[in-house]
Design a protein around this ligand. Structure first.
Ligand code: NAI
Length: 255
């Protein structure tokens, strides 16, 4: 059965993705800081390298898919960490596994982005440009200097979405597919931590989708499973909003 590596597998959306894919009969390589098949810290270059090496060993050099889900939210211990995990932890892990994805002859990936990636603060920000220039030191410096976790979060999700779409163009020419899921609020420990944080709690509570509720991790897992399946064989480079109508409400004219 296809082998799929999932980062952020120990909690929330990543755990739900693993449960669903395992149910479907896939072989999984779970990656997380702890309690996983591959225990590694995706916030550092060394940790990412370790994650790539261990994943390559476990898949024998041929990998069918990657779900890049590991991420930190606005309550992360430092603003720079948001950039380190949410952008570089995705991009460097995927780059390191590209050859193995090609080797399987059917490589696919899903990046878990966020509706926050299309917030106005995200796109023109120097922090996002530094990420896209692959300059981690500069991106982290701008992030830490800003002292604004919400801006870093939005910029990291914007940049990782642009990265994914560019990568999808390259991959699609080689028979591989990459798509991005942009969830709205989803009931996970990350979401709960921002609700409980006095700096962000009110804004998060007021950020309610037209459906009037947050999503469940299983709803993101179902969309991930679909994008990895042959039913999605002509879908590549797409950003799929799984957000209870939030993006349509905020940005009806942009699609
Ligand atoms: P979560 O906190 O439940 O799970 C995140 C997982 O990533 C954890 O298991 C954590 O250990 C792992 N992780 C964090 N830093 C890591 C590192 N340095 N190295 C290795 N693993 C690391 O959070 P949730 O909500 O499941 O988030 C998953 C993804 O979904 C994240 O990328 C998040 O930004 C995104 N997302 C979540 C939303 C929500 O409302 N929950 C909304 C939109 C996007």
């Amino acid at each position: 059965m296809p082998t799929i590596a999932v980062t952020g597998a120990a909690s929330g959306i990543g755990a739900a993705v693993c449960a669903q894919l395992e149910n479907e009969g896939h072989t999984l390589i779970r990656v997380d800081r702890a309690n996983a098949d591959v225990n590694a810290d995706l916030s550092t270059p060394e940790g990412r390298q370790q994650a790539v090496q261990a994943t390559l060993e476990q898949c024998g050099g041929s990998l069918d898919a990657v779900v890049a889900c590991a991420g930190v939210g606005v309550t992360a211990p430092s603003v720079g960490l948001i950039v380190g995990v949410n952008y570089f932890g995705v991009a460097e892990y995927l780059e390191g596994l590209e050859t193995a994805l090609k080797a399987s002859g059917r490589g696919k990936a899903v990046i878990i982005g966020s509706v926050a990636g299309s917030h106005q603060v995200a796109a023109p920000h120097a922090m996002a440009e530094a990420m896209l220039d692959n300059d981690e030191a500069k991106a982290r410096e701008i992030a830490d200097d800003s002292g604004e976790p919400h801006t870093a979060y939005a910029a990291s999700k914007y940049a990782v979405t642009v990265y994914g779409r560019r990568k999808a163009v390259e991959w699609s020419r080689q028979g591989m597919r990459l798509n991005i899921i942009a969830p709205g609020a989803v009931e996970t420990p990350l979401h709960q931590a921002s609700i409980d944080d006095p700096r962000f709690g009110e804004a998060v509570r007021n950020f309610v989708a037209p459906m009037g509720r947050a999503g469940t991790p299983d709803e993101i897992a179902s969309a991930t499973s679909f994008l990895l399946s042959d039913q999605a064989s002509f879908i590549s480079g797409s950003v799929l909003f799984v957000d209870g109508g939030m993006d349509a409400m905020v940005r009806a004219r942009q699609f």
